[in-house]
Ligand binder design. Structure first.
Ligand code: ARG
Length: 438
């Protein structure tokens, strides 16, 4: 069952046949392949390459094939080279000679390029919707949790922030991610159908007709580029990698925060698992898997970049290797976004623990320095005065706000009662431009 047997004197070696096949994984493109064929047939009708009846016969049967695949009457299996062969051979078996006219003015090279673009467009749109819903969830949970928490740099307690502001940092990241996907969509929205194998066709076809029918914004400018461009997959997988990097950072925080050492949050039972030996364990597997799957999404990007780097123009079979990695990345990303959204929506925030951690670790030391600056001391001097205060506090096992005015005055004579209000954790976020953090 081959589309190209004519010039061969020998049968293809079995191992080679097995090696060459892509049907097992490119069958997911059946919808796009049929949609592309229907557009191609329509265009052939418009351009006078097929009669009205021929167009109708082929189109009707292509629609029927799609319906049969979807209702289970036609199973995507058998000894076919790829999804393109499967559809075309089944069409010819069903309607005979006229089915053999489908491929006029087309090559599998522009056909597969069209299928992949259509698939990439559809999946990117789905991902944009998932990210958008995830962003809404982040915002909602953030708004419900304007509670004080320690902010970190170097994973050392630094200054007081809110859990809301911390979460909204991720909102900003995923907003950029959504924009990146939309940009990528804009760039890839070009129809390669009509490029032929690499050099167009002697038939007077009209690429604009198929472009419009398939909902692309433009046609590709160059035939040879059109059949061999996989930039859009690389670009999308780069965007996917950035999204996974963001999800992985958030996962890492959830894992840390849910540990006994932090106890800032509790991940819902729904997204955790237990240990087969240690009865007390509740492990953050959901977050760990997202962090782990980041590796394969990066790997898929590196895989395709490497496949493409040495390829001469135009199509080369190497390009068949674009599929499994891309399909896998889309699948993993979709699951990761959804699992993360559910974990965020259901997590319990341990306000009291966050607040009590805010109180130790001198998270108001910067504000003490700011206070001294407001009293006329240059910042560098203020910084070193507060450094000395911190040492004193450590030695005496006290926090800065626990020091008496007498103790504070030993370090600088500008301290007065107003210091206590100024460095009160509940009031710090009312000052200066900290409004945004609340
Ligand atoms: N399975 C092939 C791919 O994914 C389809 C295109 C085949 N073209 C060819 N000239 N052999 O790239």
């Amino acid at each position: 069952m081959k589309l190209w047997g004519g010039r061969f004197r020998k049968e293809e070696n079995k191992l080679m046949e097995e090696f060459n096949k892509s049907f097992e994984f490119d069958k997911v493109l059946y919808k796009q392949d049929i949609e592309g064929s229907i557009a191609h047939v329509y265009m052939q009708g418009v351009c006078g390459l097929l009669s009205k009846e021929e167009c109708e016969t082929i189109t009707k049967e292509l629609i029927k094939i799609k319906a049969d695949i979807e209702n289970g009457d036609l199973i995507l299996e058998g000894n076919y080279e790829d999804i393109h062969s499967f559809i075309e051979i089944n069409l010819i078996q069903r309607i005979g000679e006229v089915g053999k006219k489908l491929h006029t003015g087309r090559s599998r090279n522009d056909q597969v390029a069209t299928d992949m673009r259509l698939y990439a467009k559809e999946k990117t749109q789905e991902l944009i919707e998932l990210i958008s819903s995830f962003r809404n969830t982040i915002k909602e949970v953030a708004n419900n949790n304007s509670v004080l928490m320690p902010g970190y740099t170097h994973l050392q307690r630094a200054q007081v922030v809110t859990f809301k502001h911390h979460l909204m940092a991720y909102y900003s990241m995923f907003t950029r991610d959504e924009k990146r996907l939309k940009n990528a969509l804009e760039i890839l929205d070009e129809s390669p159908l009509g490029c032929g194998a690499l050099a167009g066709t002697t038939h007077s076809i009209d690429r604009n007709v198929t472009m419009e029918k398939l909902g692309f914004k433009r046609v590709v400018e160059n035939y040879m580029d059109g059949v061999s461009d996989r930039d859009y997959l690389i670009e999308l997988m780069s965007d996917f990698s950035i999204i996974m990097m963001h999800l992985s950072r958030l996962s890492e925080e959830l894992i840390l925060w849910s540990s006994q050492e932090f106890k800032f949050i509790e991940i819902d039972d729904l997204y955790t698992t237990g240990s087969s030996i240690m009865p007390q364990k509740k492990n953050p597997d959901g977050a760990e898997l997202i962090r782990g799957k980041t590796g394969r999404v990066y790997g898929n990007l590196m895989g395709l970049l490497t496949v493409m780097k040495g390829l001469p123009l135009a199509y080369n079979k190497d390009m068949q290797e674009d599929k499994e990695g891309f399909f896998d990345s889309v699948k993993q990303l979709k699951m990761c976004i959804q699992v993360m959204e559910k974990m965020i929506a259901t997590l319990k925030v341990n306000k009291d623990q966050m607040k009590s951690c805010v109180k130790s670790g001198f998270l108001n030391a910067t504000e003490v320095a700011d206070y001294l600056v407001k009293k006329g001391i240059p910042f560098r001097n203020a910084h070193s005065i507060v450094g000395a205060i911190v040492i004193y506090c450590e030695d005496n096992k006290k926090s800065i706000e626990e020091l008496s005015l007498d103790e504070l005055s030993k370090f600088a004579d500008v301290f007065d009662e107003s210091i206590y209000d100024f460095i009160d954790y509940d009031k710090i976020l009312d000052k200066g431009i900290k409004e945004l953090i609340k």
